[in-house]
Design a protein around this ligand. Sequence first.
Ligand SMILES: NC(=O)c1ccc[n+]([C@@H]2O[C@H](COP(=O)([O-])OP(=O)(O)OC[C@H]3O[C@@H](n4cnc5c(N)ncnc54)[C@H](OP(=O)(O)O)[C@@H]3O)[C@@H](O)[C@H]2O)c1
Length: 169
Amino acid sequence: MKVILYMATTINGYIAKPDGNTEWVCETDWKVLQKQLIETDAVIMGRKTYEISEDDFPYGDCLNVVLTKNKSLLKDTNNQFFTNLDPEQLLEKLGKRRKQNILIIGGGEINKLFVENGLIDELIISVHPLILGEGIKIFEHFGKQVDLDFVGSTEMEEGLVQLHYKIKR
Ligand SMILES: NC(=O)c1ccc[n+]([C@@H]2O[C@H](COP(=O)([O-])OP(=O)(O)OC[C@H]3O[C@@H](n4cnc5c(N)ncnc54)[C@H](OP(=O)(O)O)[C@@H]3O)[C@@H](O)[C@H]2O)c1
């Protein structure tokens, strides 16, 4: 199984404005995400990202997993799995369902949960050419140091720079 975190950020590490607005995320990044989704078996997101996604949900043709502690939202259908499993149990369950290529797509709470628990293999970060004064961080309330190996970078249209890292084991 390979677990990749895919995220669009400002140069100072924000993924949304304080009200959740991400209208600064460019079309180029959206197209790259769509390509990535073709080779993805399951995306995992937090309930707040699910809610703000509106018509973009479900993403791609893969299984869309939403983490929530709200029991009234829990469901398990062909392409949607709303769950309160802890992250390790969730990945185990996805493995049993033969989901091998997993994409973590935010937000800040879910990113932190998976990285702090050592469950991410790679990060693909699309750095957008802007600074936000405040907002939602790529890793909310992150409490440790995680070392990375640099894999590569790609310059794209609209001033986007995509950074690719592996988690150092
Ligand atoms: N720039 C980007 O690439 C990008 C990508 C994705 C999202 N975003 C932005 O990120 C923002 C959302 O990020 P966020 O950090 O506020 O929220 P989030 O990570 O999307 O969702 C947080 C929610 O996930 C659930 N959750 C967290 N830990 C859990 C656990 N251990 N078990 C089960 N459920 C758990 C909880 O849902 P309940 O409250 O229901 O229990 C919690 O409120 C949005 O504004 C979105 O626009 C940006």
